[in-house]
Each structure stands twice: as C-alpha cells, then as structure tokens.
Design a protein around this ligand. Structure first.
Ligand code: C2E
Ligand code: CA
Ligand code: CA
Length: 240
C-alpha cells in the first residue's frame, strides 16, 4: 500500500493550500485496486482500523518532512471511514501521532463523509468534538449526497465543506446543479466555513466556481493524485 496526494488549490490565487492523501493498493501484477473496492472490504473485515491508522501515520510523517524543509501554510487531509470515525481509540491515536511527529494540529484535516456522519449522528458528533479538542481541522466530504440536517451542521465543529464531484462535473450542463452548487457555497459561507469543489476538470467549470465565490478546487484540471516528491516539485512553496 502507498499514499498519493492530490493538491487543493485556492481559486482566487491559484496557490496550492493543501492536499488530500489517497490510499493506493498495488497488486504484485502491477495493477492497482481501486479504494472504492478495497476500503469497503477492509471495513467488512475490520482491518480498516489498522489500515486507517497506517494512512494517518504516513500523512503525519509526510507533513513532518514538508515542515522540516520549510513548506508551511499547507493543510493535509486524510479520509476517515465510518468505522474509524466511530472507533473509540481514534482520538488517542491522533493525539499520539500529533505528538510523535510534532504536527501543529490545525494543518491536519480529517475528511468525514456526510453519509457516515448521519449513520450515528450522536456518536459521530461526540467524536468530532473530541477531535476538535486536539485542534485538528474537520471537513465534510461528498457533501450533497447525504441527508444532513441544517440543525446538525450548525452544531458540529466543522471547518470545510467539500461539494461532491457529481454536482461539480455537470455544473455547466445542468441548471439544477448550478443551483445546488450555489446553495452549498452560500450555506458554507453563512456558517463561516470554507468550501471546496471536488472533481474540477475544466477551466470553464473553474471560472463558474470563482463567480459563485467557491474558495478552493480539487480535480484533474490541477493534477491527478501524485506521489509526495512530485507534489513538492510542482506545488511546494516556501516563505521565510
Ligand atoms: P474521495 O474521498 O471522494 O476522493 C476523491 C476521489 O476522486 C479520488 O478517487 C480521486 O482520485 C478522484 N478525483 C479527484 N479529482 C477528480 C476529477 O477531476 N475527476 C474525477 N472523475 N475523479 C477525481 P480515489 O483515489 O480512487 O478514491 C476513491 C475513494 O476511496 C475516496 O473518495 C475515498 O472515499 C476512498 N479513499 C481513498 N483513500 C482512502 C483512505 O485512506 N481512507 C479511507 N477511509 N477512504 C479512502
Ligand atoms: Ca475525501
Ligand atoms: Ca469526496
């Protein structure tokens, strides 16, 4: 297994302000198995807890390396599966990693899907509060595909909303999708949250997102997920 990184771009400046860590599983025959296949399997077998901890540790190690060479003002996001989110050891694991790798906690962002939050909103909400106490950032992933109530959104300790790519990709073709994207952006801003559009593939879509006031974009227009060295080469920025 290895981790690749996809940049997240601030739309107003074009600067890479973060990245998402994405897990890859390469078979001996050289073929990659999609995480959409092996993550659900790992959830069924329970191995997701170990795998998830491994991804978190890789992310913290990588952040430490980048911090050491002076790449700051940068946030690294890691996906949490439903089982991980509801696992009681999560906050302790994170606290240990943050300490071991001396990570300023706010630059570590945890991505939780709207659907997994809604599976057990009381337990998930309590866990997010425990994570927030550690100082890490929290993003809602695949937003728009679940059924979260506005009352919960207001109460949860969130920093960012990620608009699901299904709405972003058809935004130029569908008036309904424009309306949905516009509404999610306005909702995010009225809750004082940053908003990122996933699956940005063309400059036309990017321009519309800028017009609608979206803060960040992520997608093939900027880069596919790439290894850590390539991300640093292409996007690393250093201030004194
Ligand atoms: P996700 O969290 O929504 O991640 C974004 C997915 O969209 C990634 O697929 C990424 O490669 C893809 N993507 C990015 N930009 C574009 C674009 O412009 N167009 C299109 N068509 N796709 C784009 P990937 O890496 O195959 O991951 C699939 C899913 O697997 C992720 O969806 C996430 O739910 C899960 N996943 C990946 N890594 C992890 C992990 O470490 N832990 C957990 N729990 N889940 C993971
Ligand atoms: Ca994600
Ligand atoms: Ca997503």
């Amino acid at each position: 297994m290895h981790v690749v990184y996809q940049p997240q771009i601030e739309l107003s400046s074009g600067i890479c302000v973060g990245a998402e860590a994405l897990l890859r599983w390469g078979r001996k025959n050289g073929k990659l198995v999609s995480p959409e296949i092996f993550i659900p399997l790992a959830e069924q077998t329970g191995s997701i807890i170990k795998i998830g901890e491994w991804v978190l540790e890789q992310a913290c190690k990588q952040l430490r390396d980048w911090l050491d060479i002076g790449w700051r003002d940068f946030r690294l996001a890691v996906n949490l599966s439903t089982i991980q989110l509801l696992h009681e050891g999560l906050a302790d694991t994170l606290a240990r990693l943050i300490e071991t790798y001396r990570i300023p906690p706010g630059i570590l962002e945890l991505e939780v899907t709207e659907t997994s939050l809604m599976q057990d909103i009381n337990a998930a909400g309590a866990q997010l509060l425990a994570l927030r106490k550690l100082g890490v950032s929290i993003a809602i992933d695949d937003f728009g595909t679940g059924h979260s109530s506005l009352a919960y959104l207001k109460r949860l300790p969130l920093d960012k909303i990620k608009i699901d790519r299904s709405f972003v990709q058809d935004v130029l073709k569908s008036e309904n999708d424009v309306a949905i994207v516009r509404t999610i952006i306005q909702l995010s801003h009225s809750l004082n949250l940053r908003v990122l559009a996933e699956g940005v593939e063309t400059t036309d879509v990017e321009q519309l997102l800028v017009q609608l006031g979206c803060n960040e974009g992520q997608g093939y227009l900027y880069s596919r997920p790439i290894n850590a060295e390539s991300l640093l080469d292409k996007y690393g920025s250093f201030s004194d």
